[in-house]
Design a protein around this ligand. Structure first.
Ligand code: ATP
Ligand code: MG
Length: 438
């Protein structure tokens, strides 16, 4: 497709990506914008990032750019660093007809552990995942090269894997998740042959390193299509291998609290993304794992005879540790997630003067948000608790004192008039207070 036959102009491409493309081109190398950047621009969407591909080897790229870092083992790549912006530059990938383990390696299931065979643009296109991602924008003449019918599929809204789907999913099972993600993000249909093997191969996701899985899951749930992706992952059996504890509850109680919570979390995440409000993995993981946590806590309490509080703390460690085996949630998020869990118990017990102190906790807001989701899911007394907190938070200083004095049910049945503040506090022994998280 020559320049005058398509809609992409250089103004839509980031300055840094253009710099990289031009420098490679002027040094005598081939240089293309490739994949999602081209695809999204053709669809009129704003690309998340711009990826570049070239015939220069990583070493040659490094010699051209002072701000270059070579990264990756499975795929060797060059990162050209412009402050916070990074342009990823890959070398054309070739076929795996080599027996050299240093550059090409796969495991018994056919998963590629190393993929560093270099080739030309034709071979590179065959190594891409979907036809709509095999689009190349040539910086030398501004033409677009479409392989495997990419442009045609893009126009028709068809998501089609290049090559034999079974082989391509075995090479990299994450492609199954990418199929779901692109289908919802680009509003495309997964073509029948591409969709067919997914259900059967979904369990292969268990073998993907947990660190990579963490990144993929963020892309699935933090980009505005969480609810659709969750539903489609259920349809294809892609959720279970990543979230076994949650799936166990969904299977046992398909219409139960956990299922409702999942939809509530996904929907509220999507709404926040749309409204440009902040989202954090700490809250996300605390919320989706809440019901598995409660079940685990109940089990521990009945097996061991620990107090409710102690059983909860033990369960927090269990549940988070189990989740991290498939998705390694960084500690900077798993620790505050546990704080949010811990505060759930306290929120329900602090409909009194303790509310003032609680509201100052750094994770209070997130904890209150989870309480509201739980109230939405369960109704009943939780709804009353959430309403109490809502009233408290929306009141001015004077009215807050009134609310606190009027007790959990909004009257003074539980309190003894004005003396209840101290009275209440004394009656709850110190050892019943939740201890700090581990
Ligand atoms: P987005 O950036 O919106 O997530 P993208 O298509 O740009 O979508 P990237 O992960 O940025 O996805 O990858 C850039 C390109 O590299 C893809 O368009 C595709 O051509 C290729 N690619 C990425 N991951 C794979 C994979 N697992 N298997 C084969 N090709 C891939
Ligand atoms: Mg991209």
């Amino acid at each position: 497709m020559p320049r005058n036959a398509h809609s992409i102009s250089r103004r839509q491409i980031s300055e840094n990506a253009l710099k990289v493309l031009y420098r490679l081109h002027k040094s005598g190398f081939k240089a293309y914008l490739v994949g999602g950047g081209v695809r999204d621009l053709l669809l009129g969407q704003e690309p998340k990032d711009f990826d570049v591909v070239t015939n220069a080897t990583p070493e040659e790229i490094k010699r051209l750019f002072r701000n270059c870092r070579l990264v990756g083992r499975r795929f060797r790549l060059a990162h050209i660093v412009f402050g916070r912006d990074i342009i990823e530059v890959a070398t054309f990938r070739g076929h795996h007809d080599t027996s050299n383990e240093k550059i090409s390696k796969s495991n018994a299931q056919g998963r590629l552990l190393r993929d560093n065979v270099y080739g030309g643009i034709d071979e590179d296109a065959e190594r891409r995942d979907f036809t709509v991602n095999a689009l190349y924008y040539d910086i030398s003449d501004f033409a677009i090269h479409s392989y495997a019918g990419g442009i045609h599929d893009l126009e028709k809204g068809i998501l089609r894997l290049i090559g034999d789907p079974d082989t391509r999913y075995r090479e990299d099972p994450v492609r199954m998740l990418r199929a779901v993600r692109f289908a919802t993000k680009l509003n495309m249909q997964i073509e029948a042959v591409t969709a067919a093997p997914i259900k059967q191969l979904a369990p292969l996701l268990k073998d993907i390193p947990a660190a990579r899985m963490y990144e993929e899951v963020l892309k699935l749930f933090f980009a505005g299509h969480a609810e659709q992706n969750f539903d489609m992952m259920q349809e294809y059996g892609l959720f279970a291998p990543l979230f076994p504890a949650i799936q166990a509850q969904l299977d046992e109680y398909p219409k139960g609290a956990c299922a409702k919570m999942m939809h509530a979390v996904m929907r509220s995440t999507d709404e926040r993304v749309k409204a440009d409000r902040p989202i954090t993995p700490a809250f996300f993981y605390a919320a989706i794992l809440w019901y598995p946590l409660r079940q685990r806590a109940d089990e521990i309490a009945s097996e061991s005879g620990l107090t409710t509080n102690d059983a909860y703390y033990a369960a927090m460690g269990d549940i988070m540790e189990q989740q991290c085996r498939t998705i390694s949630v960084p500690r900077r998020f798993s620790t505050p997630a546990k704080d949010i869990w811990q505060l759930q118990l306290r929120l329900e017990r602090s409909l009194n003067t303790r509310a003032f102190k609680m509201a100052e906790h750094p994770k209070f807001r997130a904890a209150f948000d989870l309480l509201q989701l739980r109230a939405e899911v369960e109704g009943g007394s939780l709804e009353k608790t959430a309403t109490w907190w809502n009233n408290f938070l929306n009141a001015d200083e004077e009215n807050r004192s009134k609310i606190v004095r009027s007790g959990p049910r909004g009257n003074s049945r539980n309190n003894n008039g004005n003396r209840s503040r101290t009275g209440n506090r004394r009656r709850r022994p110190a050892n019943k207070q939740p201890k700090a998280a581990e």
